[in-house]
Design a protein around this ligand. Sequence first.
Ligand code: GYE
Length: 311
Amino acid sequence: LLAGAALLALSAAASAQTVGFSQIGSESGWRAAETTLTRQQAEERGYTLQFSDAQQRQENQIAALRSFIAQGVDAILIAPVVATGWDSVLQEAQEAEIPVVLLDRQVDSSDDLYLTAVGSDLVHEGEVAGEWLLGEVGEEECRVVELQGTTGSSPAIDRAQGFRNAIEGHANVEIVRSQTGDFTRAGGKSVMESFLQAEGGGENICALYAHNDDMAIGAIQAIKEAGLAPGEDIKIVSIDAVPDIFQAMAAGEANATVELTPNMAGPAFDALEAYWADGTEPEKFIQTESRLYTQADDPAAEYEARKDLGY
Ligand code: GYE
């Protein structure tokens, strides 16, 4: 009987965890899905999730972290909007002995300041996109325009680098224009409009590389409005694998995407549970998979498989 009571007390303690989650905002479909899955994962595990939406502002994230620290939460999840400027607040969390897990984006701070980071290899994603394009164009000349993610964010920095790594030494493929669209559809559309205008209507643009699918979807609209055929006149490769890009692929209007799982919270909570149980320190980077999808992969079926996931 005693053992039973003790067990009950233990499991009650394990499920009474409070986790603070500082989310960037809702700039993309992928981000919305990550939020939904984090809430779901927390609920399934019986945690209380304190959710804070920073609306893209680092100062809001820092304020959220300070409030989580003041409340004495059991752990903090943060998707850091930009890479720099986190040292002080991460030190404050460390002094309060609150483990911090980074989700989907990286920081420039020392890795002793956080428990672990869950995410994809962001440079690799850019390389996969670039290699796909090289395979498509062969020896042909290809003028590429690039829609970058949020300036100063690790995915924008790394996805730009990865694509350049891939095309290096291939003089026929050249990035002719590059600008941020801030990971949003509206940003992707308006920057693509300016690219098309600057490039004499777009006839000489061979391909678009967008750092996420949402910007590609916005750009598809701009390309159609300019009287060109997205996916044919301008090849389109992007990253995330959200349902809407599969619809565009099924319609022949987008060509390829690199998948990023929105379930970053699952591995983060697994690592936290091991840490809470007996102090087990996880690896500093828990890497999720990246996989390329093209029009040959039955995009209509991929759309169906994802459309109810909270995107
Ligand atoms: O690809 C994009 C977003 O941080 C890796 O952020 C993530 C990116 C994701 O909003 O859609």
